[in-house]
Design a binder for this molecule. Sequence first.
Ligand code: CMC
Length: 429
Amino acid sequence: MQEKVKVIIGDKTIELPVIIGSEGEKAIDITALRQQTGYITLDPGFANTGSCVSSITFMDGEKGVLRYRGIPVEQLAENSTFVETAYLLINGVLPTKKELERFSALLNQHSLVHEDMKIFYQNYPRHSHPMGILSSMVNALRSFYPELPTSSAEEEINITVTRLISKVRTMAAMSYKISRGHKVVYPHPELDYCSNFLNMMFENPVKPYEIKKEFVKALNVFWILHADHEQNCSTSAVRLVGSARVNLYAAISAGISALWGPLHGGANQAVIEMLKQIHAGGEKVSRIVERAKDRKDPFRLMGFGHRVYKTYDPRAKIIKKTCDSLLDTLHISDPLLDIARELEEVALHDQYFIDHNLYPNVDFYSGIVLRALGIPTNMFTVMFAIGRLPGWIAQWKEGADDPKWKLYRPRQVYTGPTTTDYVGIDKRG
Ligand code: CMC
């Protein structure tokens, strides 16, 4: 028998159905609440609100669990590649060898970016943030790659998906090259997705770039860890904007804008800036921790805390291990890693952080990995965006395929003035 909850409002009692997820999570379905009672619910930041049912990603914030389509992220980071994980997220199952080869071939086929887009890059002011550029350029893709009139809706979506995953990587590298005044390096058909990205970023006509296998592995892990995270801020933005039935490029462009924020994807850049500041002698570790605890100071310890994880972020554990092994194997020394370790040690033993369940999140160590790969700090959030693309796409697709997908349109509790007469300008004040 279906579980129900009773809601008593005044002398009226209604019953609302309970939805139970495959991992036992329970939700009260309030679809009929307003219609039957006239009441709405209020949940700032949506911390208690499920916006959809989804079969893509499972997180357990108390136990520190993250699974894509049921597969633990630890297993994917160990054994999979970013391209394979992208396929898994978007299609729901791991690809066969043939399917993976076909997907990789399609990614290669669609990896070029329209030459006219270069002009856009060249005309952005030099100091522009790459996330702002990326968001605009992804939106512009629809103009350069309009809908294909002859194909079926499904084929059109598949091509758009492949174009996005492939071209966003090319566009990111292109923007870096152009910002440095360097010649753009084109994708190479013989290289895999991650090697191709590194090559497009760092190959130089007078200084050939050696693609290290350790870098390729680390980049695969970084992107796998970022590939999806259920209904986070940017994914919710993609679903919300997408619910108005805009094209996929426009919905992804909205996700990129949301990700840019320092409380979300922008935290990876903010962490490194914070560590650099400590390294330059601007702040001491103890002072940083004290500031983070001070309620009068808006400062927060970047790379710490999470809306869902109330324990160590499982992604942070993996990226920390990747970071240690990358730096050790390649004998790279980074003073910021020592500072990060010290900061983590102090914070994890501090009563405030213990009481608030604040642990390192994925952004705490990921910047050090990116620095080791040679990625400039202002491109860190772009790196997150490339990784999150498969998740955004899978979530958008799940919404678009759902016959119950409705226009997102939350309610509010209005607290402004009641009816107020207009006063002519000469009678005011
Ligand atoms: N440093 C100091 N205090 C913190 C921090 C922090 N990093 N994070 C949360 N708190 C405190 C906060 O001040 C509040 O204290 P009190 O209850 O005493 O007023 C309490 O913890 C709850 O904070 P909240 O803002 O209500 O919690 P939230 O669930 O909205 O916050 C968060 C989640 C990620 C926005 C927050 O932890 C934060 O700002 N962290 C720093 C930014 C960061 O690292 N973001 C990356 C998140 S992981 C990558 C991603 O998925 O985007």
